[in-house]
Design a protein around this ligand. Sequence first.
Ligand code: HEC
Ligand code: HEC
Ligand code: HEC
Ligand code: HEC
Ligand code: HEC
Ligand code: HEC
Ligand code: HEC
Ligand code: HEC
Ligand code: HEC
Length: 460
Amino acid sequence: MTLILSRYVRLCRLAVLALGALLVMLTALLGQAAHAEEPALGKEDLACQKCHDSATIKPKMTQAGESLSLHISSSAFLASRHSETSCTDCHENADGKDHGKVEVPMKSRRDYRLSYQDTCTTCHKKNVADYKDSVHAHLVKAGSDKAPTCSDCHNVHTQINVKIVQPIANVPCANCHEEIFKAYSGDVHGLERVAKGKSAPLCADCHSSHKIQAASLGEGIKDNCFACHKDAVAKHEVWLPNSGRHFEAISCPVCHAPDAQRRVNLRLVDSAGRKQIKEVLGVPQFERLTLAANTSGGSLNEKELSSFLKEFNVEQTAGKAILRGRLEVRSGVQAHQLSVKEKAIKDCRICHEVGATPFQSVVLTMAGEDGRPLRHGVEKEVLTSLTAMGSLRGFYTIGSSRIKLLDYLLVLVLLGVLCVPVAHYTVHRMFKPRREQRLAELARSASVAANTSAKNDNKV
Ligand code: HEC
Ligand code: HEC
Ligand code: HEC
Ligand code: HEC
Ligand code: HEC
Ligand code: HEC
Ligand code: HEC
Ligand code: HEC
Ligand code: HEC
């Protein structure tokens, strides 16, 4: 009995020992595996870091008088997305014999950054191609020393995964577009972003990150809104007649930034494709022609506007230029003061009323070489003056199947003017019967609109 028991104890001991040994081996193996996965600097990189991760490396003075830190943290580099790459992948010329011993003159930090623009191409072709098509890259190419290069938005030595949600203040755009960032931070999206994290848009969600275009160009931003607000069209359609047409003619912040000032933007578009006309590279037209037309100084009056268009069309080779109206907010800051839906404009009269405030300020716009708008003030009377309508008729085709902005404004004006008998007589003489019939039709639809508006107002 005792023998069996002692044998059993021995066996147990052996088992425990064997298990212990196995455990030790396993831990060692696991430890090794963990160690192998932990990124470490390669031999070459270690050599660089002997000097560059040392606290004693002196900052370099550029010829422009800036002090550039040469310290590169190994731990930050290893934690970055570039840990798989080697210093010399990007710094080909840094392992020469003289490196670090002979001072190489550096013009300025900006100049230095620009010299690295092409390094990224080897590994990030798509981002580089997108960036090259951006308003920023156009500005850099045109000599701007303020528009961003890759390194202005990314610190390559510390870049972590871009999908990791960062505090909004870390968004690179904030460095340069401070005022807009401030407005955005306090608007409906900024506040939502801070409260709930990723779901609400950051700058790049509306503007894209690399292929950034001038914001007012075409209708690009609108489609980005719909990418998240998929049911927005349907939700407006319930109370806003022909919301699709309204969305074309009104930028979203006009109704959604309640305190913004608004204005009419007369854009130059080509009559065939309805695409905004851009200034041709190296052939500035807009400033020259508006200056030439603007004999009275200040804003363009109706005569000056039509003489501008005439001249413009003489020089225009690719199709005829016409004007298309669009309601916009007056500044970039105001475009980022979106508020909750309860505060949005719902009252039709804010726009569909004679003398409506958004129509008291008018600009003429052409897209510049880089897409950013070139503007010239226009007297507001141009919109309402009947003779101007006459002179506008040449380039603005009234009477197509849809009511265009100016058509509609004309109806509004007429609704006001028709009450005055004298004006009524003038109108009578100015327009042929067929046109009058059409205007009457339009006026009817406008009063339907006004009624709907009254009903809607009661609902609110
Ligand atoms: C012996 C110390 C030392 C070593 C090793 C060293 N550097 Fe440097 N490095 C310096 C010093 C000093 C400067 C400033 C030189 C100057 O003033 O022009 C510098 C400047 C630089 C610069 C900025 C100026 C330029 O020429 O672009 C880069 C980038 C750079 N080093 C990368 C590297 C890389 C990559 C390695 C490894 C392959 C490396 N260094 C190894 C000391 C060193
Ligand atoms: C993926 C490309 C890339 C890798 C990898 C990289 N660098 Fe750089 N490095 C750059 C670019 C781009 C700049 C210039 C942009 C700037 O000024 O921020 C730069 C600038 C520098 C500078 C000048 C100081 C500065 O911050 O502008 C030093 C020094 C430097 N790098 C050292 C290193 C060392 C050492 C390593 C390896 C541990 C390394 N770099 C890895 C792209 C790289
Ligand atoms: C105006 C600022 C800005 C500039 C300039 C810029 N980027 Fe970016 N980049 C961003 C932002 C913002 C993101 C994150 C986008 C997101 O969250 O999806 C990003 C993401 C990336 C990514 C990872 C996501 C992806 O699309 O693959 C890479 C790689 C990248 N950038 C490379 C570059 C290169 C290369 C350049 C220069 C040609 C450059 N970036 C210029 C702002 C910029
Ligand atoms: C030698 C190749 C190489 C070069 C050159 C290089 N990168 Fe990268 N980059 C990578 C790798 C690898 C990653 C890791 C993620 C991946 O596979 O896309 C990365 C990631 C990034 C990311 C983050 C992507 C993400 O998904 O979070 C950014 C931003 C970025 N690089 C910017 C740059 C910029 C700016 C330059 C030029 C100054 C540059 N890179 C040059 C190889 C490179
Ligand atoms: C290094 C500075 C810098 C950074 C970083 C930067 N920008 Fe810009 N950006 C400029 C400059 C300069 C202009 C031209 C002046 C202007 O129009 O404000 C410009 C122009 C623009 C325009 C065109 C303006 C127009 O009239 O429509 C947009 C849109 C824009 N930036 C968006 C962004 C976004 C989004 C980011 C971040 C992903 C960003 N920018 C980051 C400097 C910067
Ligand atoms: C004519 C003014 C006007 C224009 C233009 C306009 N909106 Fe609205 N929008 C409103 C009003 C008013 C509401 C609130 C409606 C309600 O009370 O049901 C609203 C509601 C919304 C909502 C909340 C929908 C919901 O009920 O969940 C979103 C999102 C929205 N709009 C996005 C947009 C976008 C994107 C654009 C540009 C394409 C745009 N809006 C253009 C007036 C406008
Ligand atoms: C919800 C979408 C949205 C977000 C987020 C957003 N923007 Fe905009 N941004 C717009 C709209 C809409 C416009 C006006 C476009 C128009 O004229 O129709 C605009 C206009 C601009 C302009 C041109 C301003 C001008 O003077 O005409 C710049 C620059 C700009 N945004 C930068 C930024 C920056 C930087 C951020 C982040 C801090 C940002 N945007 C965030 C939608 C957005
Ligand atoms: C990346 C997704 C995204 C994009 C892009 C985006 N939004 Fe939003 N938006 C949100 C989220 C998330 C909220 C907050 C939750 C909600 O009310 O739906 C919000 C809220 C709003 C609200 C307030 C709605 C309410 O119920 O009070 C309006 C108005 C709005 N967005 C308009 C716009 C406009 C205009 C644009 C384009 C210029 C735009 N959004 C682009 C995600 C987005
Ligand atoms: C922020 C200004 C604004 C508000 C608010 C507004 N509209 Fe409009 N509306 C316009 C503009 C600008 C046009 C001209 C669009 C065009 O060029 O065809 C228009 C066009 C119209 C049209 C003609 C559309 C078509 O079928 O071609 C009708 C009808 C109309 N609006 C009714 C209304 C009603 C009803 C309301 C209120 C529920 C309203 N609108 C609110 C600015 C506004």
